[in-house]
Design a protein around this ligand. Structure first.
Ligand SMILES: *Cc1c(COP(=O)(O)O)cnc(C)c1O
Length: 373
């Protein structure tokens, strides 16, 4: 593969920080965990940050901390990574999907309203591809119904809508640090909230249900081991200190793509939505009509064959077989999400992608579009 879809950006300084922790006695629940959480709370402007071992764990614990469980419903989007829905299922609650806005690709606020029932306990919106467009409207709708928001910001660290950061729209909000995200800890995630009760519960739930006071072998509730080691936190802390530089690099890569694809009318190329400054998780172009699924899949295959790794972000969550069977979903249930899913191509996207590499990618893409007409 000549150009990968994603590639982490880890500096020598960051490697040194990890090694320093390895030489210390505190590999877990140590000072580096606390420093990472403090720095993350400060960056997002939230009262509390609780580090966990993945974004998925973070979503799951956030839902548990709100008391969500069997018999409850949580409204979410079908156009997302699987964890947005499976974290709801893990609690025993039901994910209730509503279709997306065709421009922002985020959950469509008016449709949330129509999906609220007596069982609805929360709304879980996702800043898809890092785009926070519409999140002010999501908040308005959800607040009217006095429901909490579990904000899946796993793709959006550093994105801003009208001066407000991703990760500040939720009652509780969650970030992910898998290697393809804006910052990485190898594996990891972070829960942020302004509510003391939710933060305290998440701290206990990630650490075997231990309480703030009792000892190591006193367990107050059913908990989990979702701790993030200080080794991971050292990497995250150092990466977070570069977030402005990382965001600038990603915005530059997106700008280069837009420049080079500006004249390509067979593609819809993403841009910052009005009032948004996106930190870009991935760069996903859409094939214009009348390109369909078969052509898209041939394009993906041919790009791969020519050494450019691309992907179909995202297949509709409600049509993943285990979810479709469990909740009785079928093709046609969420037409906007399904139509988008048939036409998207995620192009290689990472901090160190150069202008020359982007020219190569765009050249190959043009040739493949000609061949797959
Ligand atoms: C990455 C991601 C997550 C969390 O993924 P983990 O691999 O568990 O860290 C959750 N939701 C979305 C939308 C994501 O992109």
């Amino acid at each position: 593969m000549r150009i990968p879809l994603s590639r982490p950006d880890v500096t020598e300084r960051e490697i040194e920080r990890v090694v320093e922790v390895l030489r210390s006695p505190d590999l877990s629940l140590g000072p580096t965990l606390r420093r990472f959480e403090e720095a993350f709370a400060a960056y997002t402007g939230r009262q509390h940050a609780v580090a966990v071992n993945s974004g998925t764990s973070g979503l799951f614990l956030s839902l548990l901390s709100l008391g969500i469980g069997p018999g409850d419903e949580v409204i979410t989007t079908p156009f997302t990574f699987i964890a947005s829905a499976t974290s709801i299922m893990m609690t025993g609650a039901r994910p209730v999907f509503v279709d997306i806005d065709p421009v922002s690709l985020n959950i469509d606020p008016p449709r949330i309203e129509a999906a609220v029932t007596g069982r609805t306990k929360a709304v879980l919106p996702v800043e898809i591809f890092g785009n926070p467009a519409g999140f002010d409207k999501v908040r308005d709708v959800v607040e009217r119904h006095r429901l909490p928001i579990v904000e899946d910001s796993c793709e959006a660290l550093g994105s801003v809508l009208h001066g407000r950061k991703a990760g500040t729209f939720g009652t509780i909000s969650v970030f992910g640090f898998y290697p393809n995200k804006q910052i990485t800890t190898g594996e990891g995630g972070m829960i942020v909230t302004d509510r003391d009760d939710l933060a305290d519960l998440c701290v206990s739930l990630r650490n075997q249900g231990r309480g703030a006071k009792g000892g190591w072998l006193a367990h107050e509730r059913l908990g989990y081991n979702f701790r993030l080691s200080d080794i991971n936190c050292a990497l995250g802390l150092a990466q977070l200190s570069r977030i402005d530089e990382i965001k600038a690099k990603r915005r530059q890569v997106a700008a280069w793509y837009r420049e080079m694809l500006a004249a390509e009318d067979r593609l819809i190329v993403p841009n910052d939505a009005s009032g948004c400054e996106t930190s870009w998780f991935v760069f996903v172009v859409q094939l214009a009509e009348p390109y369909g699924l078969q052509q898209r899949d041939r394009i993906l295959q041919e790009m791969g064959r020519q050494g450019i790794q691309v992907s179909n972000y995202f297949p509709p969550v409600h049509l993943q077989p285990f979810i479709a069977v469990q909740y009785g979903h079928a093709r046609g249930d969420f037409p906007v999400a399904e139509s988008m899913s048939r036409r998207t191509i995620a192009l290689p996207f990472y901090n160190r992608l150069t202008q020359d590499e982007i020219a190569v990618i765009c050249g190959v893409l043009r040739g493949v579009l000609d061949a797959c007409r």
